[in-house]
Write a protein that binds this ligand. Structure first.
Ligand SMILES: Nc1ncnc2c1ncn2[C@@H]1O[C@H](COP(=O)(O)OP(=O)(O)O)[C@@H](O)[C@H]1O
Ligand SMILES: [Mg+2]
Length: 236
């Protein structure tokens, strides 16, 4: 399974979704970040848009990969994909995260139009609705995008492919932490908190306990979102 996570917009959750939704659920997958600006730490190998030739070659040598395409590289990358005819076929699927803000919905529409123009069929072009607020009516928050997709049928828009806003992603950002590893941590933080001497130590332990609780709360949502993407079904 080779997946590209892409959107013209920054801050829609591409890196978060690549790392926490896709990477842990695709066996043996590695993460490649195509990021020149603001490269995140712990993002694996960094390739720039203009090193696309190398990326293409590399994609031929691996079976399972999640490629996180930084917003600053999307334009370059799409231009190169036009030039290397058929190169989009190196990916089984393009996952396009989106958020409710109108500007981001517009950028998402532009992203879908570009990918579709390259020849990516709707069955390989999947939206993930990110940062849905708890009490949001997702259909209403994303109405502009959903109306577009409903008319143009360029992509799969399944509202079950959604992730709520959750502070866990901010907490683990840059730490390289894997959420399922976090919940396997069996440390008895409450006992440690009782024993800890200073307030600072107690607070640090309390933070770790809170992070583990948040991770444990969010994993079922990530599992459900991943299942709804239907990546393991045939995407021909
Ligand atoms: N579902 C979410 N809930 C809360 N914060 C999120 C969520 N998704 C992403 N974020 C946060 O939003 C910011 C942008 O996400 P990021 O994955 O870096 O976006 P991109 O790679 O598209 O620029 C990060 O600080 C990230 O932790
Ligand atoms: Mg990113």
């Amino acid at each position: 399974m080779k997946i590209a996570v892409i959107n013209f917009s920054g801050n829609v959750g591409k890196s978060t979704i690549a790392r926490h939704l896709l990477l842990p659920r695709i066996e043996g997958a590695e993460l490649i970040a195509v990021e020149s600006l603001n490269a995140d730490e712990n993002q694996g190998q960094a390739l720039r848009g203009r090193q696309f030739g190398e990326l293409q070659e590399y994609l031929q040598t691996v079976d399972n990969v999640v490629v996180d395409i930084g917003a600053s590289n999307v334009e370059d990358l799409l231009g190169l994909m036009h030039r290397y005819h058929g190169s989009h076929e190196d990916f089984d699927c393009f996952v396009v995260p989106t958020v409710p803000a109108l500007k981001q919905q517009q950028d998402t529409i532009a992203t879908l139009v570009e990918l579709s123009g390259l020849g990516v069929p709707p069955s390989r072009l999947k939206l993930v609705f990110n940062m849905v607020e708890d009490d949001d009516d997702a259909a209403r928050s994303f109405s502009q995008l959903l109306t577009f997709v409903g008319q143009q049928l360029l992509a799969e828009a399944n509202l079950a492919c959604k992730l709520g806003r959750n502070e866990i992603y901010g907490r683990v950002k840059g730490s390289g932490a894997d959420l399922s590893a976090l919940i396997q941590d069996k440390t008895d933080y409450k006992a440690l908190i009782v024993k800890a001497q200073g307030t600072a130590d107690k607070l640090a332990l309390a933070q770790r306990l809170a992070t583990r609780r948040l991770a444990s709360g969010v994993i079922p949502e990530l599992d459900a979102c991943f299942a709804a993407l239907g990546l393991n079904q045939s995407m021909a």
